[in-house]
Write a protein that binds this ligand. Structure first.
Ligand SMILES: NC(=O)c1ccc[n+]([C@@H]2O[C@H](COP(=O)([O-])OP(=O)(O)OC[C@H]3O[C@@H](n4cnc5c(N)ncnc54)[C@H](OP(=O)(O)O)[C@@H]3O)[C@@H](O)[C@H]2O)c1
Length: 410
């Protein structure tokens, strides 16, 4: 059956999970059951999906059953819908048959993974198949890495307007956020640490600043991730390493490679936490760096990891509704003017009106799925990034519907 004649436009796969339920609730609230697209809840457990549907008060929403680890079941899922929007993770454990099936069936795909080594493995295995079938495969459509990726795309748009050319160097500083982790995210992080501990090649991929760039383009001017407190004169504040930079910077660099026409050659990108000015800013930067390095070291060592795990949220658990609604995130961008132009740098700000990981992520993922299903995108097929797949169209959707603001501030 051709992709246009399928039973559904979107299946929310993993709709019984903590984040999947939020995505379903968002789509229902914003678009209804029988709006401009046909959609369904998917997962492996009919009783749980039924309960979710009851809670949502949407008895008419169809259910799609299957098992993420079963290839036939994932083939059938991919052939029934035009877009799969999946929150079934850890993706390296449960996600490979689905992405393979979507690449084969010409089914667009978006997810919430931050598992860099898995993205690289899937890219190496299925890029050509997806290109040939017409599938747009778009991982990292949550807090990692939409704000960083679309933030840079947005400032490059401003650079084209202001300078008539892209900026060759963009920095992002995380000014603040408030939220908590879910059990699924904890499971994915633990899985990634275990995989890295066991496999030197995975450690090499995770340390490579260009790990998911197109083959033959895995070199460039950017070096290793920021790992120490430092004063950044461009951002005007002290900075510390940011925990998500390891995935976000790779996604942004892939976007720059896929959209070289828009980002220009020799593009550079860094991301860090902003900690303020003066002695207090320096002290905070040192404290965050110390805390983050200690946390990473503890998670990297098997015995310490196993000791800490029981105190963390279990699968299905996550921040309360109040924590999500009171949460926020705030990112600042700095983009260099063309060398020798004497022009002033671009300053921009992105803000989200919910906690980053769940309230905001569920809206960003839901809008990505609708964008893939409904919008007239110019991007080619294959493994893309949010910016390379959906760029300005998704920025407009997020501004209009998902509580994300984009603003040039200087
Ligand atoms: N990038 C971001 O900003 C961001 C934010 C939030 C979450 N995430 C990621 O999203 C993923 C989900 O997190 P979560 O907290 O929502 O997890 P969760 O509550 O544990 O939900 C996981 C979902 O996967 C389903 N599942 C597990 N194994 C399956 C299988 N073999 N076949 C079909 N379905 C299966 C579960 O079904 P049952 O209910 O039947 O067990 C459940 O629906 C994680 O990888 C997390 O890291 C990323």
């Amino acid at each position: 059956m051709s992709a246009n004649e399928r039973e559904f436009d979107i299946v929310v796969w993993g709709a019984s999970g903590f984040t999947g339920q939020l995505v379903a609730e968002y789509l229902l609230g914003r678009y209804g059951v029988e709006g401009s697209f046909r959609w369904a809840l998917g997962g492996r457990n009919e009783l749980k999906l039924d309960a979710v549907r009851d809670r949502l008060g949407a008895a008419e929403l169809p259910l799609v059953l299957g098992d993420g680890t079963d290839e036939d079941s994932m083939r059938s899922l991919a052939e029934r819908t035009r877009v799969v929007c999946t929150t079934v993770g850890p993706y390296a454990t449960y996600g490979s048959p689905l992405i393979a099936a979507c690449a084969r069936a010409g089914t667009h795909y978006c997810d919430l993974t931050g598992e860099l080594h898995w993205i690289r493995r899937m890219l190496d295995a299925h890029q050509e198949t997806a290109r040939a079938s017409g599938a747009r495969i778009v991982p990292t459509c949550g807090f990692d890495s939409i704000p960083s990726d679309l933030g840079v795309y947005y400032v490059q748009g401003a650079a084209h307007e202001r300078y008539g050319a892209p900026s060759r160097h963009v920095k992002c500083g995380v000014a603040g956020f408030s939220g908590a982790m879910s059990g699924g995210t904890v499971a994915s992080m633990l899985h990634m640490m275990e995989a890295a501990e066991a496999d030197r090649e995975i450690r090499r991929i995770m340390a490579d600043p260009y790990a998911i760039n197109p083959e033959g383009e895995r070199e460039g001017p950017d070096g290793p991730d920021h790992s120490a407190p430092a004063y950044d004169a461009d951002l005007g504040q002290w900075t510390a390493p940011f925990v998500m930079a390891g995935i976000n910077t790779r996604v942004v660099r892939r976007s720059a490679a896929l959209r070289a026409d828009f980002y220009g050659p020799g593009f550079r990108y860094q991301e860090s936490m902003l900690t303020g000015t003066g002695a207090a800013g320096a002290l905070k930067a040192s404290g965050i760096t110390l805390g983050m390095n200690a946390g990473m070291a503890a998670m990297a060592l098997g015995p310490l990891r196993r000791a800490v795990t029981p105190r963390l949220p279990a699968p299905g658990e996550g921040p309360t509704r109040q924590q999500q609604e009171e949460g926020y995130w705030d990112l600042r961008f700095w983009a260099a003017p063309p060398a020798g132009s004497g022009a002033r740098p671009i300053q921009a700000r992105l803000r989200g009106d919910r906690d980053p990981g769940y309230g905001s992520t569920s809206k960003m993922l839901g809008e990505s799925a609708v964008c893939l299903a409904q919008d007239h995108l110019q991007s080619p097929a294959g493994f893309l990034t949010p910016a390379a797949a959906m760029g300005q169209t998704l920025i407009e959707r997020l501004q209009k519907n998902a509580g994300v603001s984009f603003e040039v501030t200087g």
